[in-house]
Design a protein around this ligand. Structure first.
Ligand code: URA
Length: 282
């Protein structure tokens, strides 16, 4: 059993892997499926690396146009305004059933951004994402790759209000909430984004296929201002799904190892580009 939703540092990796349902011989290692050594360098969000390392076209990162001007307004918000706006948002019907909106939790300068689906009953009551059983598994998954909630990690959801009966959010609800997620990404400027499940994939990538087909592909979220690099995006299974489908935990572990490899590559690339002498204009 996992004693709390924040596994303490005393658990060994083997114990953690046991907690997330993987046998002890699974050890963190470089993923055989990792794409090339560097993240996608492109001004075009719709380009990704294929398994073979070649460049392939994928659906663009999802940026639905909203007619009501909300997107532009939200795009200019700082954290305080964003929190206030999310708390009072009435842009879709999900607001009717919420106790409170759940913006996200963690380090607002984090390298790692994990995005889930939407708050469940416990998250709606406590105002924090992933605090129920799926959250306990997420915390164990984070710990297995030496991460901890709140330390260089930010956790958000595709929608900020609880869908009734914990159903999957509708595409229109994801679209309504997308400007908030976009703004969170712009403010955090993570080095890597992990999408947990299909709703999160839908929010960022659009309706581009089954989760199984998205796993293993590397997508690039548009480069933040001032950066030459798109943000690598890794798609994996949602922890709630993994609680019901134990055999797929091994696949999620592969995805986490791959994410860790991509993070290392992103940090190396950023360090290399920071050490390049500035080129003088010709
Ligand atoms: N599932 C999610 O996707 N998000 C949460 O915050 C909780 C459960």
């Amino acid at each position: 059993m996992i004693a709390s939703n924040r596994p303490g540092p005393r658990l060994t990796r083997v114990q953690l892997l046991r907690e997330i349902g993987l046998s002890p011989h699974w050890q963190l290692r470089e993923s055989a499926t990792a794409v090339g050594a560097k993240p996608v360098v492109t001004a075009r969000p719709e380009v990704a690396l294929s398994h073979s390392g070649g460049v392939e076209e994928v659906a663009p990162a999802h940026t639905p146009a909203l007619a009501d001007g909300r997107e532009e307004e939200i795009a200019g918000m700082g954290w305080e305004q964003l929190r206030e706006s999310v708390a009072t948002c009435r842009a879709c019907a999900l607001c009717q059933g919420r106790r409170q909106a759940v913006l996200g939790v963690g380090d607002v300068t984090a390298d790692w951004l994990f995005i889930g689906e939407g708050p469940g009953a416990e998250e709606d009551a406590r105002g924090e994402p992933f605090v129920g059983p799926a959250g306990k598994l997420l915390d164990a998954m984070l710990a297995a790759i030496d991460l901890q909630r709140g330390k260089d990690v930010y956790i958000a959801n595709a929608v900020k209000c609880r869908p009734p009966g914990n159903r999957t959010p509708e595409p229109t609800e994801i679209t309504s909430c997308a400007p908030y997620l976009k703004r969170q990404i712009a403010l955090i400027q993570p080095r890597l984004i992990v999408l947990l499940g299909r709703a999160a994939a839908h929010a960022l990538l659009g309706d581009v296929g089954s989760l199984a087909s998205l796993r293993g592909q590397s997508f690039a979220y548009p480069a933040p201002a001032g950066s030459a690099y798109g943000i690598p995006v890794v798609v994996t299974y949602h922890p709630a799904y993994l609680l019901r489908t134990l055999p797929d935990k091994a696949k999620a572990w592969e995805d986490l190892c791959r994410a860790r490899t991509l993070m290392r590559a992103a940090k190396t690339a950023a360090a290399e580009s920071a050490s390049q002498p500035a080129t003088s204009p010709t």
